[in-house]
Design a protein around this ligand. Structure first.
Ligand code: ADP
Length: 637
């Protein structure tokens, strides 16, 4: 019998399937099972109004049969079936609305092809990824005859009448022979097929049944050397339902308790710890979907590396479309785990990808707000749990503030927590602001690479003397986040190492200017002596008991300089803060310096260097020449 030819588009798709890369092949089963489930859906729907169907919901099932000798996988359903015409129409052509768009997607480039197969699948044709021949036997509901469609791939297909008593469809896939590295034989192993059903089709709403072998050890009449009855293995085969059918996220809260959800999380996402929060979403409207999300308690070991795969598992009515769909979450919430299921999303690529995108965007937007709301709730309801979360993912939130040119800072600012001088505990900016006295202009913070150094910065004293609270910032990302944030609740964030802390009264300012005027000559001398180290030398407004401190002017803070110093290349070498050495005019060291300046310039220069190095050490900056420093100190002693 003459073979009918596939339409050009279909041929192209077939070629793609036949030559697909290995990792994507396994989705063929999901596609075939999902077609079976759709066909059952159609007949089950008919059965609601048509008594003649004679089947009720419990009677529907999908059977998967493996035959190692014949090298076939057969997927049978008792769904609506196909007439001869439908076979020609549906299996001979990609006659779907989106096919043209699909093709233009494919034309974009070779790499896109591969992603499309992996992420969305391409329906019936995917059977050719693993088969060298596909036979479809089908009897349509209400039809007089059954038909057989058969194809060995790109060279066409045949349709003939055949024997099939029951309504429904059998798809028989003749598995390709193993060749070299290619082990198609794995798809004839029960464990492997069971695994694939669990992975992709676990929540298909009809039972997927398979023959599963069981081995039992039964006692025989024979005795062993101890006089016990010997046992021997007896295997028997039982038909079992492999899929669990109703996904946990489709169940009501009463049916799926938090405990059950947590157990699901641990198994599915391989975590040994309970998540800090479980988020359930059941959205109905233009885009309806259900989501079950989890906020883990600890970061996976690879979380801050490139290996970590962010995203949520994406399902369409219980069938997995994508294992991790990164587009469903903003980067700042990449730690969230979970699943999203929307019946509005199609399994098949041939219905516009663009449309998916819009729906995905709506879902992603909603989820972003849900995650934030849940975290804020946790912050007040269970601060301890929140702090566990913060320890694991606070850094990610800060990166989120800095990233995308600050686009997410409004979303994230209330999630921030920093150590505070108030009680040496973590505090939010909101809490800080609520404690601010009326006269306090800025939110003050001290930055250093450890809590101890930050808490011990000499500039802190003046702020504390006013009774103001300080936040301590100890992570390299902190100052970038703060600079992006700029202010909270209209209160500017100010580093204690920034020149002007806005602490003095007008009178104090005047007094300082007078002192500075008197010391102008000395300051000029110091600037000249230390010009390689600092951009400016000033009399300090913020020191109480310390002789010196280092502050900065301009955009780049001392902490940022420290951060960049660790980086290789140009940034590491060139990015420097404009350092300002501040001297405390009330300190005895200043008196010694002034005296030396009048009597012995050489000695004054030495004192100046030592003071400058002191300031560097206090700020956690490196002193380049330690030997010279030590010698200078000893010389002065
Ligand atoms: P899609 O399922 O996205 O429409 P497919 O290429 O997977 O695309 O299938 C093409 C069509 O073939 C289906 O839409 C359906 O009409 C028909 N079909 C496939 N498998 C079956 C089946 N088991 N029973 C009935 N019809 C089927």
């Amino acid at each position: 019998m003459a073979k009918k030819q596939f339409k050009a588009e279909s041929k192209r798709l077939l070629d793609l399937m036949i030559n697909s890369i290995y990792t994507h092949r396994e989705i063929f089963l999901r596609e075939i099972i999902s077609n079976a489930s759709d066909a059952i859906d159609k007949l089950a729907y008919k059965a609601l109004t048509d008594q003649n169907v004679g089947l009720s919901r419990e009677d529907f099932r999908i059977r998967v049969v493996l035959d190692k000798d014949a090298r076939t996988i057969t997927v049978s359903d008792n769904g609506i079936g196909m007439t001869k015409e439908e076979m020609e129409e549906n299996l001979g052509v990609i006659a779907h609305s989106g096919s043209f768009k699909f093709k233009s997607e494919l034309d974009k480039g070779e790499n896109d092809d591969v992603d499309i197969i992996g992420q969305f699948g391409v329906g019936f044709y995917s059977a050719f990824m693993v088969s060298d021949k596909v036979t479809v036997l089908s009897r349509a509901y209400g039809a007089d005859a059954a038909y057989k469609w058969e194809s060995e791939g790109a060279d066409g297909y045949t349709v003939t009448e055949c024997d099939k008593e029951t309504v429904g469809t059998d798809v028989v896939m003749h598995i390709k022979p193993d060749a070299g590295e290619e082990h198609y034989g794995e798809f004839l192993e029960t464990w492997r097929i069971k695994e694939l059903i669990k992975k992709y089709s676990d929540y298909v709403r009809f039972p997927i049944r398979m023959d599963i072998e069981h081995t039992e050890y039964v006692e025989t009449e024979e005795l062993d050397e101890h006089g016990h009855k010997k046992t021997e293995p007896v295997t028997h085969t039982e038909e079992e339902t492999v899929n669990s059918m109703v996904p946990i996220w489709q169940r009501s809260k009463a049916e799926a308790t938090d405990e059950a959800c947590i157990a699901f999380y641990k198994e599915r996402f391989h975590d040994t710890e309970d998540p800090v929060a479980v988020i359930r979403v059941n959205a109905e409207g233009l885009t309806s979907y259900r989501a079950l999300l989890f906020i883990p308690a600890k970061a996976p070991y690879d979380f801050y590396s490139r290996d970590y795969k962010p995203g949520l598992a994406l399902y369409s009515s219980g069938v997995m479309i994508m294992e991790s769909c990164a587009d469903l979450l903003p980067e700042c919430f990449r730690f969230v785990r979970g699943v999203v299921d929307s019946p509005d999303l199609s399994l098949n690529i041939s219905r516009e990808i663009l449309q998916h995108d819009r729906q995905l965007k709506t879902i992603a937007g909603n989820l972003e707000n849900k995650v934030k709301a849940e975290l804020l709730k946790l912050q007040t309801a269970d601060p301890e749990k929140y702090d566990t979360f913060w320890a694991a993912f606070g850094r990610q939130i800060k990166y989120g503030i800095v990233g995308d040119y600050g686009m997410k800072k409004e979303l994230l600012k209330d999630l921030l927590k920093f150590y505070s001088s108030n009680d040496e505990k973590l505090t939010t900016l909101k809490e800080y602001v609520s404690r601010m006295p009326e006269a306090q202009k800025y939110i003050y913070y001290a930055a250093a690479d450890s809590l101890r150094t930050a808490a011990g910065l000499p500039q802190n004293e003046q702020v504390k003397a006013k009774g103001y609270e300080l936040l301590y910032m100890t992570e390299d990302i902190d100052e970038f986040a703060v600079q992006m944030l700029y202010s909270y609740d209209d209160k500017e964030l100010r580093s204690v190492a920034a020149g002007d802390l806005g602490l003095e009264t007008e009178e104090e300012k005047k007094e300082q200017e007078e002192t500075a005027g008197k010391s102008k000559e000395l300051l000029d001398f110091l600037k000249e002596t230390l010009k390689d180290d600092v951009a400016d030398v000033k009399l300090s407004k913020s020191l109480v008991s310390s002789a010196v401190c280092m502050s900065y002017e301009g955009e780049i803070t001392l902490e940022m300089e420290r951060y960049f110093r660790q980086m290789p290349g140009e940034a590491g070498e060139k990015i420097r803060a404009k350092r300002v050495l501040e001297l405390n005019p009330a300190h005895p060291a200043f008196a010694s310096l002034t005296a030396a300046f009048g009597a012995d310039r050489d000695r004054a220069g030495k004192i100046a260097r030592v003071l400058c190095d002191q300031a560097k050490l206090l700020a956690g900056l490196p002193v380049e020449d330690l030997a010279a420093y030590s010698e200078a100190v000893c010389g002065l002693l």
